[in-house]
Design a binder for this molecule. Structure first.
Ligand SMILES: O=P(O)(O)OC[C@H]1O[C@H](OP(=O)(O)OP(=O)(O)O)[C@H](O)[C@@H]1O
Ligand SMILES: O=C(O)c1cc(=O)[nH]c(=O)[nH]1
Length: 182
C-alpha cells in the first residue's frame, strides 16, 4: 500500500525525529489560551510543521503502521489541522478522505452537515487530529461520525495533555519547565 512502509522498529528513530522537529520548528513559549479554555505557557504551532512538504510527508508516513493495524476504509480529518494530516495520509495510502467540520456548513449541497465527503454507513474511519490537549474537539468529531453509523478509531499526531487518545507521540516539557494548567 505504501511505497516504503516503516517497520515498528524503524518508527522509533522516526518518533525521535518528530519530537526534535517539534522543538526545533513549532514550539513557542508565552502565555497562551488553548482551544479547550485552559491556559499554557507553551504552544505547538503545528502549521510550522505542516507547511513544509517534506515534514508533512514524513509525518504521514508515520501513520503507515497505524493503517496496517486498523485497516480503515476511509481516513477522516478534523477541521482544520486534522484535515491536512488526513489529506497527506490519504495521498500516501490511497484511501479516500472525509472531513469533519467544527460547525455545520450553512449552504450548498451539504447544508447543516458536519461531515463532507463520500462514505457508506458501517464503514471504518481512521479519524486523525493534529494536536490533542483535552481531547474535546476530537471526541466531538468522533461523535459526529458515529451519529452517521460509522465505526471510528481516533489517532492524533501529538498528544500534549492527559486525554486518553492514541497518538504518534506524547509531548511534554520537563516539570521545571512550562506546563499546561487545567
Ligand atoms: O484537545 P482539545 O483541548 O480539544 O484541543 C485540541 C484542538 O486544538 C487545536 O484546534 P485549533 O482550533 O487550535 O486548531 P485548528 O487551527 O486546527 O482549527 C487542535 O487542532 C485541536 O482541534
Ligand atoms: O490545545 C490547543 O488548542 C493547542 C495546543 C497546542 O500546543 N497547539 C495547538 O495547535 N493547539
Amino acid at each position: 500500500m505504501f511505497d516504503e512502509p516503516l517497520s515498528p522498529i524503524a518508527r522509533i528513530p522516526e518518533l525521535r525525529w518528530l519530537k526534535n522537529i517539534i522543538v526545533e520548528k513549532a514550539l513557542t513559549r508565552g502565555e497562551y489560551l488553548l482551544a479547550g479554555g485552559a491556559r499554557s505557557d507553551y504552544y505547538i504551532d503545528k502549521f510550522r510543521l505542516f507547511s513544509d512538504p517534506h515534514i508533512l510527508r514524513r509525518i504521514a508516513r508515520l501513520f503507515s503502521p497505524v493503517i496496517s493495524e486498523t485497516a480503515p476504509d476511509v481516513i477522516g480529518g478534523t477541521e482544520l489541522g486534522g484535515v491536512i494530516i488526513a489529506t497527506a495520509v490519504s495521498q500516501m495510502s490511497g484511501l479516500p478522505m472525509i472531513v469533519v467540520r467544527k460547525q455545520p456548513k450553512q449552504y450548498g449541497a451539504f447544508a447543516e452537515e458536519y461531515v463532507e465527503g463520500p462514505f457508506t454507513p458501517g464503514q471504518h474511519v481512521l479519524l486523525l487530529e493534529d494536536v490533542v490537549t483535552s481531547g474535546r474537539e476530537l471526541l466531538a468529531a468522533r461523535a459526529r461520525l458515529e451519529e452517521l453509523n460509522l465505526k471510528v478509531t481516533t489517532y492524533a499526531v501529538i498528544a500534549r495533555g492527559l486525554a486518553p487518545v492514541s497518538s504518534l507521540i506524547q509531548f511534554s516539557l520537563p516539570r521545571s519547565g512550562p506546563k499546561t494548567e487545567n
